[in-house]
Design a protein around this ligand. Structure first.
Ligand code: ADP
Length: 695
């Protein structure tokens, strides 16, 4: 409790000190000294009393008459009357040193359209005309009056100023000596140049950003900069000089338009800078409404009715700034959107300058300012614009970063797409190569097939040729024995008339020839059967090979019987076609007889060796040349120049029959003294013997 009392006590003391500091001591009359108004102006703050004339109809005589109902009220600081209807009268007393000097009264905020100074004139008050232009200023009539010459009396004189304006009546009144004011104005030129130069540079930069980044925010900020520069021009009293293409009434009218436009672009820009649309559509709608209202007010101002909406515009600006400030605080504190920190700082600058100005214009001198509001405004504007530029530049950087991130992303995407494409291409290429290889294989396969087809066609052609040859051969072979038979028959009938001695011989000749023919026919038929791979199953039987030899022996004619000897062996059962095996044995015997000369012997012998039955036929004939030993087993082959008739079919057929019975036929020995052919066949039932299944 004691602690709270202490705090209160200290607070009261602190506030009292503050009150004493900020409340200027008011003394009514101001007595100027020779050195006053040279380096710094002499402020009339604290020496002013005001009177509000709501109708604006009071005359100077009524004001100066000291009527009881027209009482002036002293004010402690500069004039902050805000948007007043009618006129505002200001009274002050001055005395000057002698000898008299050139004094000037400066109306510091040159945005009040009607200012009239009434100076004492012995008997009463006379309206005083504005001062001639000081060096460097524009000559001729001005949109706003800023200067009045003062001829100060040595004794106290009472002055009156009448203000009337459609905008705020807020101003500081200063007294200068001429040279002091000129120096002050020169520094204003510098400030103006500096502010305009800086704003111009920022404007260009933002136009460039807008062009490069294709973001309308920069365009909007360029508009803010442009309108801000116009505001500064008006505040510092350069409107007449810079907007010299306009008439004074037009300049006065454009001020209202500029104020509305400033509010419009600034609120719009803030809404965009803090991305209200992204965070809350309602906040963005509110911004749009404010922009719309300011636009409407601008139309009013343009039509010359700014005084009807000036207060609304001022209040609307205060409201919108407070609204934006709350929203930004929410974004920072609750949503933690720290990327807006710099922008928020810049906006705080805007708010500070603007709220101070607005409070002054609305008639509240919150900070107790009683001097140059215009310079405060110019410098404040410059500061907050620089801060805003930094915020915008930061945004540009962020945008650039986003852009480069986006670029990287797109690049990565395109790279991966490229890789994917390359992969697909390689997969497709591999698949193509595979199908190419398959195609190639197919082509090769077809090529091979074609080759085989051609080969088989060739072999068919060969076979046809062989058949043609064979037919020619066989017809010859048939013709020859038939001729022999015919001749023999003729001879036989002749012999029958001559005597029976020759009949036997002729008959033997016929038998021999018929045998040859039969043999040939047998070979042809057997060959055909073998070629067709056909063997009737009912001819397969198991029999003793000795029986085949017996049959062969029984079939020999008398000539042959004398030459061929048979050596039978043990029982040699074989499985197969008895008739075919007889053909083999007969072929071998006939060849032995054919290719040797009578009466050389032909020996036929049957033996058995480890499950194989062997039929050996040995002759004492011409033998087979070494080169022909393999070839004689091929179809239609006949070795050398044969005078002996034959078809070249016997050995081929015999070897095929032997093979199909699971055995073989070979020429085992041959020289000039004779040949040995051997037929080998597996003995049926023998452990190592294989049954001839193929028959
Ligand atoms: P062909 O006897 O009807 O000419 P073969 O097929 O029986 O047909 O014989 C083929 C060839 O083998 C004969 O032309 C002959 O030159 C030769 N040849 C066969 N057997 C003997 C043999 N015992 N002595 C010498 N040459 C033979």
């Amino acid at each position: 409790m004691r602690r709270v009392t202490h705090i209160r006590f200290h607070l009261i003391i602190a506030l009292s000190i503050l009150f004493v500091c900020v409340t200027p001591q008011t003394s009514w009359a101001l007595s100027l000294q020779p050195g006053d108004g040279v380096g710094t102006p002499v402020s009339l703050a604290g020496h002013l009393a005001i009177l509000h004339d709501p109708t604006g109809t009071l005359t100077i005589d009524e004001i100066a008459s000291g009527r009881a109902d027209l009482q002036f009220k002293p004010i402690p600081s500069m004039l902050t009357e805000g948007y007043r209807r009618g006129a505002v009268w200001v009274r002050f007393s001055l005395s000057g040193p002698s000898p008299p000097r050139q004094w000037l009264l400066q109306v510091e905020r040159p945005l009040i359209e009607n200012v009239a100074l009434y100076a004492p004139d012995g008997s009463g008050h006379l309206v005083s005309s504005p001062s001639d232009v000081v060096s460097g200023d524009k000559p001729g009539p001005r949109a706003y009056t800023t200067l009045f010459p003062l001829a100060l009396p040595a004794t106290e004189g009472e002055y009156f100023i009448r203000f009337e304006s459609m905008t705020s009546i807020t101003t500081a009144l200063n007294i200068w000596q001429r040279e002091g004011y000129e120096t002050y104005r020169r520094s204003d030129h510098w400030i103006m140049g500096l502010v305009l130069g800086a704003i111009g540079a920022m404007l260009l930069a933002n136009l460039l950003f807008a062009y490069l980044l294709r973001d309308s925010l920069y365009l909007l900020y360029a508009a803010v900069l442009f309108v801000s520069s116009l505001m500064t021009i008006f505040h510092l009293g350069y409107a007449d000089e810079i907007l010299r293409f306009l008439e004074p009434p037009q300049i006065q009218r454009s001020w209202g338009v500029i104020v509305c436009l400033y509010s419009l672009v600034m609120v719009w820009f803030m809404g965009r800078l803090f991305e209200f649309r992204r965070h809350s559509i309602w906040a963005w709608r509110a911004i749009q409404l404010i922009v719309l209202l300011n636009g409407g007010a601008a139309v009013f101002a343009l039509a010359g009715h700014y005084n009807d909406v000036a207060l609304l515009v001022s209040r609307l600006q205060q409201f919108s700034y407070i609204f934006i400030a709350m929203a930004v605080l929410y974004l920072l504190a609750v949503r933690r959107q720290y990327q807006y920190l710099l922008s928020a700082l810049a906006f705080a600058g805007v708010i500070t300058v603007s709220l101070v100005m607005q409070s002054q214009y609305a008639g509240t001198n919150l900070l107790g300012i009683d001097s140059s509001l215009a310079r405060f405004m110019a410098v404040g504007t410059l500061v907050h614009l620089v801060l805003l530029s930094a915020a915008v530049a930061q945004r540009a950087r962020q945008a650039e970063r986003k852009l480069s991130e986006e670029k990287d992303r797109v690049l990565a995407l395109s790279r991966s797409a490229e890789q994917e494409l390359a992969l697909k291409v390689s997969v497709r290429t591999a698949a193509l190569a595979e199908s190419n290889a398959a195609l190639k294989d197919e082509v090769e396969r077809r090529h091979l097939l074609e080759l085989k087809l051609r080969q088989s066609l060739d072999s068919v052609n060969d076979a046809l040729a062989q058949q043609r040859d064979f037919v020619a051969l066989v017809s010859h072979e048939f013709r020859a024995p038939l001729a022999v038979i015919a001749a023999a028959a003729d001879n036989l009938s002749l012999a029958a008339t001559e005597g029976s001695g020759h009949i036997g011989q002729r008959a033997a000749k016929i038998r021999q020839t018929v045998k040859r023919m039969s043999m040939l026919i047998e070979n042809v038929l057997a060959g055909e059967r073998l070629d067709a791979g056909y063997a009737p199953r009912n001819t397969i039987e198991t029999f003793d090979l000795n029986e085949v030899l017996h049959t062969a022996e029984a079939g020999l004619d008398s000539d042959a019987t004398g030459r061929v000897s048979f050596a039978y062996g043990e029982r040699a059962p074989v499985k197969g076609d008895r008739h075919l095996l007889e053909i083999v044995v007969l072929n071998l015997i006939q060849n032995g007889l054919k290719y040797s000369t009578a009466p050389s012997a032909v020996a036929v012998r049957l033996t058995a060796d480890r499950g194989t039955a062997l039929v050996t036929v040995v002759d004492q004939g011409v033998g087979v040349a070494a080169d022909d030993r393999e070839l004689i087993f091929t179809k239609y082959y006949r070795a050398g120049e044969q005078r002996v008739p034959g078809s070249g079919l016997g050995l081929y057929v015999s070897k095929e029959i032997a093979r199909q019975h699971g055995g073989d036929l070979a020429l085992t020995a041959s020289d000039g003294a004779g040949s040995t052919f051997r037929l080998s066949l597996p003995i049926s039932g023998a452990p190592e013997g294989e049954p001839p299944d193929s028959i």
